[in-house]
Structures are given as C-alpha cells and as structure tokens.
Design a protein. Sequence first.
Length: 437
Amino acid sequence: MFSRVLVANRGEIAVRIVRALHELGIEAVAVYSTADRDALHVELADEAVCIGPPAATGCEAVHPGYGFLAENPAFVRACEDNDLVFVGPPADVMERMGDKVRAKEELRAAGVPLVPGTDGGSAILDDVRRAAAEIGFPVLVKAAAGGGGKGMRLVHAEDELEGAYSAASAEAVAAFGDGTLYLEKALVPARHVEVQVLCDSAGGILTLGERECSVQRRHQKLIEESPSPALDADAREEMEAAVERACAAIGYRNAGTFEFLVGADGSFHFIEVNCRLQVEHPVSELVTGIDIVREQVRIAAGGPLELTGRAPRSGHAIEIRINAEDPARGFAPSPGLVTKFRPPLGPGTRVDTAIREGGEIPPFYDSLVAKVIVWDETRDLALARASRALTELEVEGVATTRELALELLASPELRSGDYSTSTLAELEGRLPSLSPA
C-alpha cells in the first residue's frame, strides 16, 4: 500500500479522495490555485502545494478524481515516466476508449450491442451527409474524441445537417483539438443507463449494478438513481454480462463506467466508456456498500478485488446535484460568497461537498455546490427522503438549482419512473423554477 498520494483535483471530489486516503492510513497531498487557498480539501490534506514550481512532495501515486487530468493519457504516461502510480486505467486503454470510433469497434468485437451508426469517423461534410441518409433521421452528430456532450448535435432533418456539422466540428476542435465526427441513430425516446465496474490487475472483474442518469439538461446529468426503474432482473444481468465481456476484451483496470442508451422497447446499446471515477459514484456506493475510491487506491497499489462477479446490492439510492446556477435565467452561473450553508442530516442521507458557510464559489471552475445522496429500502421511500433532505438544505448568497430539483422529484414522470433524456426539456413550460422571474 502507498504511504503518500497526490490528489490532483479540487472541490468535493478532492475532499472525497482525501477522506478515503486517510481512512486507509495514507497521507494526502493537495495541490491548489490561489483561488482555492482557503478550500476545504487544502485544509484537510496533510500537505498542500500551490500550483507552480513546488518542491518534491514525496508522493508514490496520483489520484486525478474526475475532469481535469482524469482521462488524459499523456498525464498517465508522465506519471509513469516519473515513477508515480496513476490511480486509474492504463494509458493505452484510456487512449483506445477515448477514441469513440475505435471503442465501438472493440466493443462490437466483444459482442456488446451498439447504437446503429457509422463504423468510422470523418471530418468531411459530404461523408457525414451520405452517412446520415443511410442511417435515417433523426441522427446524432458526435465528436470522435469527445465526451460530456461537447461536439454533439441532434439533427432531425437533412436541411439541419450542415449547420449542426459546422457547430459540432468547431466545438470538437476547441474542446479536443480534433474535428472528426461520427454519426449514431438518435433513439427517441431513450434512457441513459450506465454500469459501474471495478477491475484488478489479475483480471478480476466486479460489476456494481447500474445507474439511471436520464434526468439531463444538454447532456449534463442532474439526478441519478440506482437501480434503474427501466430494467428488470433479466435486462440487468444481460447488461452487466456485456460489460464483463467488454472489460475482459479491452484489458480494463481500476474503476470505470460503461454507458448505454435504452430504447423504448427495452433494448440497450453501448455509447461510451468513462475511464475514470464519475460524479455519481456515491449512488453505487450506497446500494452496494463498497467504497469505490478506496478500491481504486487498493487496485492501483496492486491489491486484488476481494469480490468478483456481481456485487450484492440492496435498497434504492438517489443523487441530486445542486449547482450554483439560476434556472430562471437559462441556468446562468451564480458564483459568489455563500453566506449560509446548512446541509441536510438524518438517516440515509449523505452530502458530498467542499462548500462551507462564508466560503466562495469562484467563477473559474464548475458550479457544483453539493451532491445530496440518499438511500432507503424502496424507491418510494428514497424519493420521500430525497425531498425531505432537499427541503432541509439551505444555501444563501448564490442562486442554486435546489427548487428545480424539488419540482423534478415531485413530478409525475419522476415519481412513476417513466422518464427519458428528453423529459426535462418537455417539463420546462410546467416547472415554476424554470419560468423567468
């Protein structure tokens, strides 16, 4: 096991990693910019280094969290070149799965069902136009090197294609340095369901069930739950078996997430692999009792999984992301001083945050204030607990998405479990918090 690990991130995920390291008896070293000099992760770490030309920290490993460096193969190789263990998958797996076209090819060979679409990518409009005609509208134009909704456009008809192509390609170049696009058939309506996995270096594979992530705004997730209301036991086993085959075929290691679209007929189709820890990982932790961050560190240190196959799970968990954004103003960012912060407490309630009363939400980073995660024995009880927890949550000084989350949890669509990735857009005319003041 390591004795000292560098946490190469900020915010709530840095706090989460520091706590997991301390529980393992490992010293945590934080890095920070001047904007984060008073941040909670800086305070909790055993040592904190301002980004710049710091002295050597004596760390043996680096945990990147998510975002920033978490899916950067060049960073993984830089760690290796400097005798540091990267807490995550190998660089070659990250490169192959980061190329969406290549990832589809490898998973098709492993027998994983895919969304109908092009076999390769292209940066030429005429190629995209021909492919769209063959697939049939509506289609999704997607960046081959992309993720997080960047470089992606939904196209309903041929006359929309050129504008969508130009916008997606430009966005892909700006975000990833690569304007190559590929096409997928747009499944409408569809649900976004993902499977969490842990893999050790000896070939052991553990699937931790699925997360339902269909409550989204512009491909950004707002509410996640596990298990998914869309899957029965047979569909769940079939999806996890597909993920297990994929992990074995590509040589996956450490934590990862395989994302799928589920059609109205119950069929599921692979869309991408996230080669990192994800924001919504606490949902899987609460239904399985497995600390995913702790397991990441154990695997990186060469330890085997204590359990393989299907992780036992119980009850129902829901995560709600609370962002410093104003829904009534088109989700405009709302940075500033948090004058009051009272997180909810009580049974089955967890809050992952780096915010403190009197702290600042800077305009330079993402706007996440907190993740409120609840667990209870049934979905109905978990929904009631989530609403209670959000009602207790108090944040003053900045606008937040709390009221929107409460409205969503109370909507017939969420309560019934019959929702899709387009539900939030369909609700926009009905929810008070989305109406201009």
